[in-house]
Design a protein around this ligand. Structure first.
Ligand SMILES: [Zn+2]
Length: 66
């Protein structure tokens, strides 16, 4: 993204321009929403991975008795 005041290229998620100090409120709030949804998505993926791991362990124990 670019600073609206001085036009400097800035990294995503930054709240203040590092060059001129302009507050970048509206783009930052959109970025925070994106980070939140990514965090939730990551947590769901981790839960699915954990569930699959538990199912695999149960299957290994179950077939281990034969
Ligand atoms: Zn600036």
């Amino acid at each position: 993204m670019k600073c609206p005041a001085c036009g400097k290229d800035l990294p995503e998620g930054i709240t203040t321009c590092t060059d001129c100090g302009t507050m970048l409120l509206s783009p930052a709030s959109v970025t925070i929403d994106e980070i939140m949804s990514n965090e939730q998505y990551r947590t769901i993926k981790e839960l699915i991975a954990l569930f699959v791991g538990i199912v695999c362990l149960i299957l290994i124990f179950y077939f281990g008795y034969y």
